[in-house]
Design a protein around this ligand. Structure first.
Ligand code: SAH
Ligand code: AVI
Length: 340
């Protein structure tokens, strides 16, 4: 007689999680801190915001009245997900910087309803996010395989499993805007290399708009974004034995009209020196000195298209919300015949 398979086993086999972090990740934080905090203008890359608390604070940001990007992107997905499912015929959805995959469900619903969806591949640096969303999605979508990749999309894209059918690679939320222009094109070129001839990139980009709305989105009245910004110091305290007092720093969010990006910074309230113990690194701050923690680029249609072109991608659809706050673009690799 065939042994009975308990239901837990069915769930187990629907989930596979690979982790590429650990020691190497800690080194990348140490390298970034050593490099970024010894520069004449101090800077840290934004990926270090997202420990479990940072991820929770980001989720709260998405609910804030001032932070429109999440609502605008969700509205576009709700309006156009069926069309995206028809255009792509996708059997697989790969998502870079997947977070809690809240909006992703709109897309998964459409692909599931179209009957094409077999596998979801979330990739994120935050382990708990990948694990939790794999558990949730396998129970929400019976039959769905989830292959989670805990890793850095700047370093571990070659660990994204090979495609078993047409794919959408989703890069939502405007996360591409967190890279300065040069790195942005490099990241996009690497992402484009994941795409085969049947595959599409679905990318979210926040659009240029008036300064007041932009700065409010990054400096909310409840101070959630300020806490998110200061959280990077708590990460350094925990991971590298640093001795920052987050209350020694003010949150700053400014729109730079020349580059058309938001800059988040932490401004020292007083002159002081902090030790990063594990690196044996004293870090001195003058009163008023700023540490840049994030840029968040805002896009025009021309900027999106030229970045896509630079990665050998061509636009298939430009989708926006009624107020044109945010854009989703569907693109695919330029085929060799097109470039002849
Ligand atoms: N896509 C979600 C979350 C955006 S927040 C949304 O649209 O709401 C950015 C997400 O990207 C976080 O979950 C963060 O952990 C992840 N992230 C940031 N830099 C990353 C990197 N280099 N590699 C992998 N994930 C990264
Ligand atoms: C994830 N990323 C696109 C967000 C943004 O808007 O740049 C992160 C964020 N920073 C402050 N608020 C939200």
């Amino acid at each position: 007689m065939e042994p009975l398979t308990p239901p837990e086993t069915v769930i187990e086999t629907a989930i596979r999680i690979d982790s590429h972090l650990g020691g190497a990740h800690e080194r990348s934080l140490a390298d970034d801190v050593l490099d970024g905090l010894t520069r004449p203008f101090k800077e840290l890359p934004p990926k270090h915001f997202y420990d479990a608390r940072g991820a929770e604070l980001f989720d709260r940001i998405c609910e804030l009245p001032e932070y429109y990007p999440t609502r605008a992107e969700r509205a576009i997905l709700e309006e156009r997900a069926d069309e995206l499912a028809t255009l792509t015929n996708a059997a697989e959805l790969v998502e870079l910087g997947s977070g809690t995959a809240a909006k992703t469900r709109v897309l998964l619903d459409a692909l599931h309803a179209a009957g094409t969806l077999t596998r979801y591949i979330p990739m994120d640096v935050t382990e708990s996010m990948v694990r939790d969303c794999a558990e949730e999605l396998t129970s929400e979508y019976p039959g769905l395989q989830v292959h989670g990749v805990i890793g850095d999309f700047e370093r571990h894209l070659d660990h994204v499993p090979s495609a078993a059918g047409p794919r959408i690679v989703a890069f939502l939320g405007g996360t591409i805007g967190n890279f300065p222009p040069g790195s942005r094109r490099r990241v996009l070129r690497e992402i484009a290399r994941l795409l085969g001839p049947e595959d599409h990139l679905l990318m979210g980009t926040d659009l240029v708009k008036d300064r007041v709305a932009l700065e409010a989105a990054y400096d909310d009245a409840q101070g959630v974004t300020a806490e998110f910004n200061r959280n990077v110091l708590r990460v350094l305290n925990r991971e590298l034995g640093a001795e920052f007092d987050p209350e020694d720093f003010d949150h700053v969010a400014l729109f730079d009209p020349q580059h058309e990006w938001i800059e988040m910074r932490l401004r020292a309230r007083r002159e002081h020196t902090t030790l990063v113990r594990d690196l044996d690194l004293p870090v001195h701050f003058r009163a008023g000195e700023e540490l840049r923690t994030e840029i968040s680029a805002k896009f025009t249609p021309e900027r999106v298209e030229s970045d896509l072109r630079a990665a050998d991608l061509e636009l298939v659809r430009w989708l926006t919300d009624p107020d044109e706050l945010f854009a989703l673009t569907l693109s695919r690799r330029i085929s060799p015949e097109t470039t002849l």
